[in-house]
Ligand binder design. Structure first.
Ligand SMILES: C[S@@+](CC[C@H](N)C(=O)[O-])C[C@H]1O[C@@H](n2cnc3c(N)ncnc32)[C@H](O)[C@@H]1O
Length: 371
């Protein structure tokens, strides 16, 4: 039994409860080993703070400790804890914080969690930021991946990858048609004839490609119509849905202790898992309420049964498509420490100029070869 009384639920649905409270209080009042999946995205250790407040890198681990303690206590031995964390830049220099890696090590080495698997959520629609390092000084590339740590209390959490299969890629479909010759790969792996057996679908990699571009959802319309500020850092529903499907059965219990706009709750409700969402900012819950109106449940079901655009694959180019030897300007000798002067925009292409440029290119090619 819990040690203190649970606060009153702010909202109750058929399968779930929402609390407007500090999740530490709710968790401390909840029975041990009662949760099958903790699916969450806490505030990140960002330099630029969001409205709801973010802990700075140094204080982050200290801030997280009491939550980790409760997560371990509440989770069943066969349960999972999935945490989505965006990376962060250190202030004033193009270097990254290590907070999400340090947190992973803390959770495993201090609290006894196991790393069942690390996932990377690639958001193809991520903007190139921070502009200063990426667009102006051009010394870093776009940061477009969040780490998603899948942790468990034992090495054997309940899970099945059959719940998250994907359609075969065109190349795999080709192999299935033309057949695959069993052989040993240079890596030493034996690829047997079974590799080319059609199992109906492919096992996904630990890279989840998912844009975060919700723009006309019922949630946003509900917020707009009711003059509510939408939550500024929502994850796309398919992210919690992936793990709820892979790691729980209907009737299991799912907890999101940093619930924001209750995306996890919406997914769990639709998939008939029992769920608890806890969020301390009431404004976010006022918006979240819209997710549980009958009309929005229908709208959500429709969105999810709809086919994604095209074939549902996101294409990422081979990194070498534009590699040429001639186009390389020398690297900035100061590593980008000094802000470059604005480059004048390229001159418009004119047929005669294009010819000159071509001649120049072949001259450079000759020079490059002569070194
Ligand atoms: C990154 S947001 C989560 C967004 C959510 N995944 C969604 O899609 O809407 C983190 C949330 O945790 C909330 N939060 C921070 N500390 C909390 C605490 N101790 N108890 C409850 N909520 C907390 C913040 O107010 C914020 O809304």
């Amino acid at each position: 039994m819990g040690t203190q009384e649970l606060p009153h639920a702010w909202l109750e649905t058929r399968f779930g409860r929402v609390y407007n409270a500090d999740s530490l209080d709710v968790m401390r009042s909840s029975p041990p080993e009662s949760v099958h999946l903790i699916m969450t995205s806490p505030p990140f250790a960002l330099t630029r703070k969001k409205d709801y407040g973010n802990e700075q890198e140094d204080a982050y681990l200290e801030w997280f400790r009491p939550f980790a303690e409760q997560f371990f206590r509440l989770l069943r031995d066969d349960g999972s804890f999935v945490i989505d964390l965006g990376g962060a830049w250190k202030p004033g220099a193009p270097v990254r914080s290590l907070y999400h890696f340090k947190l992973l090590i803390l959770l495993c080495e201090e609290f006894g969690f196991h790393l069942a698997q690390e996932f990377y959520w690639w958001n193809p629609s991520k903007l190139p930021t921070p502009a200063e390092w990426v667009n102006v000084r051009r010394v870093r590339v776009k940061d477009a991946v969040n780490t998603v740590w899948w942790l468990s209390k034992t090495p054997w959490p309940r899970a099945s990858n059959r719940r998250v299969l994907q359609p075969y890629s065109d190349s795999m479909k080709g192999l299935l048609t033309t057949g695959y010759r069993a052989k040993r790969r240079p890596s030493g792996h034996e690829i047997s004839k079974n590799f080319a057996r059609d199992n109906g679908a492919a096992i996904p990699p630990n890279l989840i490609a998912l844009p975060n571009t919700e723009s006309n959802s019922w949630y946003l319309r509900y917020c707009n119509e009711n003059d509510i500020k939408p939550h500024p850092a929502r994850f796309p529903a398919a992210l919690p849905e992936y793990f709820v499907r892979m790691l729980t059965d209907p009737g299991d219990r799912v907890l999101d202790p940093f619930a924001g706009s209750c995306v996890t709750g919406e997914v769990a409700e639709r998939l008939e898992r029992r769920w608890t969402c806890v969020e301390r900012e009431e404004e976010y819950l006022r918006g979240a309420k819209g997710r549980f109106m009958p009309r929005s449940r229908q709208a959500a079901a429709k969105t999810h049964s709809a086919k994604p655009r095209e074939d549902g694959y996101y294409r990422i180019p081979h990194p070498g498509l534009l590699w040429t030897e001639q186009a390389n300007k020398p690297l900035p000798t100061d590593g980008g420490r000094k802000r470059p002067q604005r480059e004048s925009p390229p001159e418009p292409a004119h047929p005669s100029r294009r010819r000159t440029a071509k001649r120049q290119l072949s001259l450079n090619e000759t020079r490059a070869c002569s070194h």
